[in-house]
Design a protein around this ligand. Structure first.
Ligand code: BG6
Length: 492
């Protein structure tokens, strides 16, 4: 996982951004490429070709970009001279992707550059994936150095994901297909691998003899505002659990891969997905909680409930919160519950992994809290990145009284530089053709294979989401789920 590129790493490229005027392009992709330009990582002559329907030309598109960039690139990171240079790489091509002419215009732009890395980034609705793949294929634009990148959602279930994958496979081979889960591009997620496989310290502890339970929380304070129509068809299980949450679980639980090569890592990841104990029928009902937020308030004001959104049906039964008790059937993890939860409009935006270690087998000390919370590794991924280890020490004083303290590692203090956004890493990996942080076809299928029965059980048993107040940690049932074994969600 080399993080800084020397000039020899630079690959000349054409980065063709379908959906070039869309929200993701403006908010994340173009700023990410700008930052990489500033770091000197984009090869000279490397071009970004934004493709969309709207009628801009290079100049008017660059103006549009500038307006948006000012919103999405923090002022302190905006260098006007570098920005002007960056804009010279950006071109705009107005085409209708459903017509043959569109691809012939694109072909004209790409002609003579067949040896370069060619990225087709599909930042478009999933129903256009196969249209665009066919289009570039039939126009003869797929070269050996081509890759295609797609964003989730990759289907609504295993069957529809397979259909999409079949369509992709008709034009591209698996080594050319880059399925994005932007969580894998986050520094903190890569740091999780570094923590586990770059330090011998944790490995002997990383197992059921030493760990009592694991908790993974991805909490958001945002609601579904503005994307209710999409979200209502999707729900938290498909939107967050099938991908981001399971990816965190897998990286936390996987066996050490033999190398950092894409398939070495992905071979280990998929073993964990396949070892997840299926939650089917009554097991799914017993080990999951569905929730939906109602109106509530944060320090800066009141917010509406999920069903009050304009583009959400007033009787919607879509979940905005999920909690799951999962287990992994393997020598390492047998008997260790993994508690997963994610939700919108929760108390704060927090992504955290908590590894709770077992208590000492026999205590010779007194503690103020009766060792109620044993040693704990707290890996915080968002909003800021930190790792903390909770241990017991003797409090100063004349009696022997133990007290928990935190060994604290704050990455902002350690590195003192701008933290890369996930898409910077992913865009560079796309240009360089490194698939380690992208999902392989079988991984996506295995994730859906575990998720589908949960959704089916909810449907069959008519499980409706339990209401929770916006600004809280979710429905009370999620506390009941974890407390029945004597555990407690870590909330700070
Ligand atoms: C996206 C989901 O994949 O991830 C969104 O579709 C969610 O609903 C987002 O808000 C969260 O990403 P992040 O990087 O802000 O944690």
């Amino acid at each position: 996982m080399k993080n800084s590129a020397s000039p020899v790493d630079q690959q000349p490229f054409d980065f063709i951004l379908f959906g070039g005027t869309g929200d993701l392009a403006m908010r994340k992709l173009l700023p990410a490429l700008y930052f990489r330009h500033c770091e000197g990582q984009l090869a000279e002559g490397g071009r970004i070709i934004a493709v969309a329907r709207r009628d801009y030309n290079n100049e008017s598109f660059r103006e549009l970009m500038e307006t948006d960039a000012r919103i999405h690139i923090p002022e302190a990171d905006f260098d006007a001279a570098a920005w002007q240079e960056f804009l010279q790489r950006v071109f705009y091509l107005p085409i209708d992707v459903t017509t043959v002419e569109g691809y012939s215009d694109l072909g004209d732009m790409l002609a003579g550059r067949e040896e370069l890395a060619r990225v087709f980034y599909l930042s478009v609705a999933p129903n256009l994936f196969s249209v665009i793949c066919n289009g570039v294929d039939e126009a003869g634009l797929i070269t050996e150095q081509s890759r295609v990148a797609l964003e989730k959602p990759l289907g609504r279930d295993q069957e529809t994901a397979e259909q999409i994958n079949d369509q992709l496979a008709a034009s591209f081979n698996e080594k050319q297909i880059f399925r994005i889960d932007h969580y894998l591009g986050k520094e903190a997620v890569q740091n999780l691998m570094a923590l586990r496989f770059g330090n011998a310290l944790f490995e002997p502890l990383w197992r059921n003899e030493r760990i009592s339970d694991v908790q993974i929380t991805i909490a958001e304070s945002l609601g579904a505002e503005g994307r209710g129509a999409f979200y209502d068809q999707t729900g938290a299980l498909r939107d967050m659990v099938q991908n981001h949450l399971l990816q965190l679980l897998v990286i936390l639980a996987m066996e050490p891969p033999v190398s950092i090569d894409p398939d070495a890592v992905r071979d280990e990841k998929i073993k964990v997905l396949r070892a997840l104990k299926p939650l089917v029928g009554g097991d799914a009902i017993e080990n999951t909680v569905r929730g939906q937020y109602k109106a509530g308030a944060y320090a800066d004001g009141a917010v509406i409930g999920y069903r009050d959104n304009e583009d959400v049906p007033s009787e919607s039964k879509t979940e905005t919160f999920v909690a799951i008790r999962a287990e992994i059937a393997s020598w390492r993890w047998e008997g260790v519950p993994f508690f997963l939860r994610t939700g919108k409009r929760m108390e704060s935006k927090t992504t955290e992994i908590i590894v709770n270690f077992k208590k000492v087998p026999h205590s010779i000390f007194e503690t103020a809290d009766g060792f109620s919370t044993p040693n704990q590794l707290i890996i915080r991924l968002q909003p800021e990145e930190s790792i903390r280890m909770r241990i017991y020490v003797k409090a100063w004083g004349d009696d022997i009284q133990l007290q928990p303290v935190h060994l604290n590692l704050d990455f902002n203090d350690v590195f003192k530089k701008r933290q890369m956004i996930a898409y910077e890493r992913l865009c560079m990996d796309l240009i360089r053709g490194n698939q380690t942080l992208f999902m392989r076809r079988d991984e996506v299928a295995a994730a859906w294979a575990w998720i589908d029965p949960i959704r089916q059980a909810w449907e069959q048993h008519n499980v409706t989401p339990k209401p929770y107040t916006a600004g809280t940690w979710g429905p009370a049932a999620a506390n009941a789920l974890i407390s029945r074994e004597g555990f407690k969600w870590y909330e700070e």
